[in-house]
Design a protein around this ligand. Structure first.
Ligand SMILES: [Zn+2]
Length: 273
């Protein structure tokens, strides 16, 4: 035990830490993992002179790995933050996540989660979803759950109301959103836009770029199939072709559910002391 010396870092060996020691060969040994932190080699080769070199022990390797992981995680977080910045046109969309789901409609939640789980296949086949139903039923909610989950996985998603995309394209002062860069585009609330020509151009671009499309609308599929103008028909034809998964999001269920929840809540208060 005589050769166990607590070395103060920087005194003799630069890479020595507290607890390290020098063995009988004069080699610095890691006090934690027991591996050498130095080796002796002939240097320059063939010179017959021996020189001590620093080597890294297991702890150093793990420390380096942990550092890299932390760095990568940090960079990943930054990357995802950027995706959110370019993809969510309204910060309200942020709140709509699977984590915040009150599970009022387990069937729809399951469908959305499956879409996320099989994203690569849906992307390859350009499968989109049409969520339809009355206002307040949660169409935007479910489409944003998908968007948020995919953004977290590093997928480039754009979520915007069609009317905002139209405004963005008409307004020559604002920088036009480059639709081409996205992997998935969620077009919220179609059927309320004013300029049907611009709206058609936007939907047609998404169609031509082969970007999967998720759409929400108050219009029923029958209304989408038989709109009152040719312009609208051109838009909805594209939407119906791409949104091969159609899902009704029924407001009645959620209203009943809210009423039931309120009743339960009231009863709970009545039943407590
Ligand atoms: Zn070590």
């Amino acid at each position: 035990m005589d050769n166990i010396i607590n070395i103060i870092a920087g005194k003799n060996q630069d890479n020595a830490k507290e607890g390290d020691y020098i063995n009988s060969d004069g080699i610095l040994i890691c006090g934690k993992c027991g591996q050498p932190k130095e080796c002796i080699k002939e240097f320059p080769p063939g010179s017959g002179r021996m020189k001590k070199f620093s080597v890294i022990c297991r702890c150093d390797v793990e420390e380096e790995k942990a550092f890299r992981t932390r760095l990568e995680r940090q960079e990943w977080k930054e990357y995802v933050k950027q995706l959110y910045k370019q993809g969510l046109t309204d910060s309200a969309y942020l709140k709509n996540t699977f984590e915040n789901d009150d599970n009022r409609n387990p069937g729809i939640t399951a469908l959305c989660k499956k879409y996320v789980a099989h994203w690569e296949e849906h992307k390859a086949n350009c499968h989109g979803i049409l969520f339809y139903g009355d206002t307040g039923g949660g169409k935007s909610y479910y489409s944003c759950c998908i968007a948020n989950a995919l953004l977290q996985n590093g997928v480039k998603v754009l979520v915007s109301r069609l009317s905002d995309l139209v405004k963005n394209r008409i307004n020559k002062d604002s920088q036009e959103i480059n639709l081409k860069i996205f992997d998935l585009i969620v077009v919220d609330d179609i059927g309320t836009e004013n300029s049907t020509q611009t709206a058609y151009n936007i939907i047609d671009d998404i169609y031509r770029y082969n970007i999967p499309l998720i759409v929400t609308t108050n219009l029923a599929p029958s209304e989408l199939k038989n709109p009152d103008t040719i312009d609208k028909q051109r838009i909805y034809d594209r939407v119906l072709e791409r949104c091969c998964i159609t899902q009704k999001v029924d407001v009645k269920i959620s209203r009943l559910d809210t009423a039931r929840k309120r009743r339960e809540q009231a009863l709970k208060i009545l039943n407590t002391q």
